[in-house]
Design a protein around this ligand. Structure first.
Ligand code: ATR
Length: 270
């Protein structure tokens, strides 16, 4: 019997997750299938129910269903609760278990693949939407020295910062303008501005010497990445995070951790 998995989203046609999971399955000799499924915008729960009835073991969930996935589940991991959203569902006899591997994915990419230890560093998280919320807690767990959340709409960044009760990291929220004169070692763009090729109104001062500028988007060079490069930063896109969050989900489902380096290189060549 082949164990069946899928990724659900809308849109979903361009998802690289089926390729990534097929590569992991081959490498670890797991007998499983993994496909991309388009759910109607108002039909996430119905789609999941149909998959459960067909014997699927679990699904990954992408935009715009990560909040709906969290709501649908009847058990939640701590990291799903921290994000208030789920990208990994496991179907068990007891019901639907929600997890979120996005934060673990970005932390592993930054620390393990890109070689930037986060502990003690000055970290800037740009954006205060779902993507930023999803990685905030896992970032804090790596114990940065300071963490600044900056967003075009500063109230949303402030709300995120207010929710945090963390004695180890100094967390604050600020406007893009207030970033002037500040410098950071790790800068993460969690906004969707790159989708529309929009530049962020952020000052060049934020890019400290030897800093890492990380865009959670992949597949194109965003204006943020260009600005970072022009200011001497080491630049990374979100492809590593994509592969690492997939590896973490695969590990949750199959109890075996796949190697990611070769898969990352293969996906980048596509
Ligand atoms: P996601 O799930 O991708 O995080 P979202 O919840 O809609 O999507 O959040 C989008 C984020 O990108 C927000 O932080 C948004 O800023 P606002 O809160 O001010 O809307 C940010 N964003 C999108 N386009 C932007 C732009 N052109 N300049 C600055 N920030 C932008």
């Amino acid at each position: 019997m082949t164990d069946k998995y899928a990724v659900i989203g809308h849109p979903i046609a361009h998802s690289k997750s089926p390729l990534i999971h097929a590569a992991f399955a081959k490498q670890t000799q797991q007998v499983m299938s993994y496909e991309a499924i388009l759910a109607p915008l108002d039909g996430f729960a119905v789609t999941v129910q149909a998959l459960i009835e067909q014997g699927y073991k679990g699904v990954n969930v992408t935009v715009p269903f990560k909040f709906a996935a969290f709501e649908l589940a009847n058990q939640h991991s701590e990291r799903a609760i921290a994000a208030g959203a789920a990208n990994t569902l496991t179907f068990s006899p007891q019901g639907i278990v929600a997890d979120n591997t996005d934060g673990a994915g970005i932390v592993r990419d930054i620390e393990h693949n890109l070689g930037h230890r986060i502990a003690g560093k000055r970290v800037l998280l740009i954006g205060a939407g779902g993507a930023a919320e999803g990685v905030l807690q896992p970032l804090l767990e790596t114990k940065p020295g300071t963490l600044v959340i900056s967003n075009r709409t500063v109230d949303k960044a402030q709300r995120m910062a207010n929710k945090i009760n963390n004695p180890l990291t100094h967390v604050q929220a600020c406007t893009f303008k207030a970033l002037q004169g500040q410098a950071f070692d790790i800068i993460i763009n969690a906004t969707s501005a790159g989708l529309s090729d929009s530049a962020l109104a952020i000052p060049n001062s934020i890019f400290a010497k030897n800093c890492l500028a990380y865009d959670m988007m992949y597949g194109r060079e965003t204006p943020f990445m260009r600005q970072a490069k022009n200011n001497g930063a080491q630049v990374a896109d979100g492809l590593g995070m994509l592969v690492e969050q997939a590896a973490e989900a695969f590990t949750v489902w199959r109890s075996v951790r796949p190697e990611t380096q070769a898969v990352m290189q293969d996906i980048r060549k596509l």
